[in-house]
Design a protein around this ligand. Structure first.
Ligand code: CP
Ligand code: NVA
Length: 307
C-alpha cells in the first residue's frame, strides 16, 4: 500500500515523531540524504498561489537529489480537460512523488486513490499538514519537545490551519485551546478526533469565544489570516467578525512569559496580529518558514522508504 500524506493523522504519533527527528537531523546536515538521486522528478502542482510552499518544495527536492516539476494552475490539462484520475495515472509512471495544493480535500483523496506514488497535500481548504510539521519542529527547537505543552490558536478555527493545529498538536501530545467567534469554531468531527487523540496523552482540547481565556498559560500562541484563499468575497464581513481577535501584546501577556508566537504566513499586520507581536522577541515566524524546507524533506524522505 502506497503511503500518502493528505491530512495530519495520516501519520501516527510515532511516525510524526520519526519525521520530526529526521527534519531536525536534516537541518544540521542539509545534504545528508539523497533519495531522489538519479535524478528523479517530483511533481508540485499549484491550484492556489504560494511563496513558502513553492520555494521549500523546489529547494527541498533539489537538496534530495531530485528535480522539481512545478505545474501551475492553467498550464496543464488538470482541472479543465482532464480528470484527476487520468492525471494521476499519467504522473505516477514518471515521477517519484506528487505534491498538490488545491481546494477540495476530495480531489487529493481521488488523486491518492489512483496514484502508485505518494501524494502530499501542500494545502487544501480543509488541511495544511506540511505546515504543521514545520510548526511542531519549531516548537521542538524552542522547548526540546512537544509533550504536555499548550498551544492556543486564535481566529478562524474552521479553516485549514485550525483543523491541522487541532489534530497535529494532539498527535504530538499537546493540549490545544481555540479562541474563535461563533460560526468560526472547529468542525465537530475534527474536534472529536483531536479530543480522542489528546486524551490518549492525558491532554485536552478546549474551545472559547473569548481569546483571552484561550491564551491563558499557553506555551505557543498561533494565528492565521482571517481571509483564506478562496474566501475573498467574504472579506469585509470577516474583518468585522474577527475584529476582537487580533493577537496583540495585551493578549500575549496572558500566555506564559516563555511563550512563542507562530504564524504560517502570509501575515496581515494590524489584522490577525499586531506588528509588535509578529516582529517582536516572542515571534519565531522566520524559523517556522525555514522549517518548511527541512520538515518536507524529511517527509519526502520518509515516504520514499515506505513499502
Ligand atoms: N504558509 C504557506 O503555506 O505559505 P505559502 O502560501 O506562501 O506557500
Ligand atoms: N489559511 C490560509 C493559509 C495560507 C498558508 C489559506 O488557506 O489561505
Amino acid at each position: 500500500m502506497t503511503r500518502h500524506f493528505l491530512k495530519d493523522d495520516d501519520l501516527t504519533p510515532t511516525e510524526q515523531d520519526e519525521v520530526l527527528r529526521l527534519a531536525l537531523e536534516l537541518k544540521k546536515d542539509r545534504f545528508a540524504h539523497k533519495p531522489f538521486a538519479g535524478p528523479q522528478t517530483v511533481a508540485v502542482i499549484f491550484d492556489k498561489t504560494s511563496t513558502r510552499t513553492r520555494v521549500s518544495f523546489a529547494a527541498g527536492i533539489a537538496d534530495l537529489g531530485g528535480v522539481p516539476l512545478i505545474i501551475d494552475y492553467g498550464v496543464s490539462q488538470l482541472g479543465k480537460k482532464e480528470s484527476i484520475a487520468d492525471t494521476a495515472r499519467v504522473l505516477d509512471r514518471q515521477v517519484a512523488q506528487i505534491v498538490w495544493r488545491t481546494y477540495e480535500q476530495s480531489g487529493l483523496e481521488e488523486m491518492a486513490s489512483f496514484s502508485k506514488v505518494p501524494v502530499i497535500n501542500s494545502l487544501s481548504d480543509q488541511w495544511h499538514p506540511c505546515q504543521l510539521l514545520a510548526d511542531l519542529m519549531t516548537i521542538r527547537e524552542e522547548f526540546g519537545q512537544t509533550k504536555g505543552l499548550k498551544l492556543a490558536y486564535i481566529g478562524d478555527a474552521a479553516n485549514n490551519m485550525g483543523n491541522s493545529y487541532l489534530v497535529a498538536c494532539a498527535l504530538a501530545g499537546m493540549s490545544v485551546s481555540i479562541g474563535a467567534p461563533l460560526g468560526y469554531q472547529p468542525d465537530l468531527q475534527v474536534l472529536e478526533r483531536a479530543r480522542a487523540i489528546a486524551s490518549e496523552f492525558g491532554q485536552s482540547v478546549a474551545v472559547f469565544e473569548d481569546p483571552a481565556l484561550a491564551v491563558a498559560d499557553a506555551d505557543v500562541v498561533a494565528t492565521d489570516t482571517w481571509v483564506s484563499m478562496g474566501m475573498e468575497s467574504e472579506k469585509q464581513q470577516r474583518l468585522e467578525t474577527f475584529s476582537a481577535y487580533t493577537v496583540n501584546q495585551q493578549l500575549m501577556e496572558k500566555a506564559k512569559k516563555s511563550a512563542i508566537f507562530l504564524h504560517c504566513l502570509p501575515a496581515y499586520r494590524g489584522y490577525e496580529v499586531s506588528a509588535d507581536v509578529i516582529d517582536g522577541p516572542q515571534s519565531r515566524i522566520w524559523d517556522e518558514a525555514e522549517n518548511r524546507l527541512h520538515a518536507q524533506k524529511a517527509l519526502m524522505l520518509w515516504l520514499s522508504k515506505q513499502k
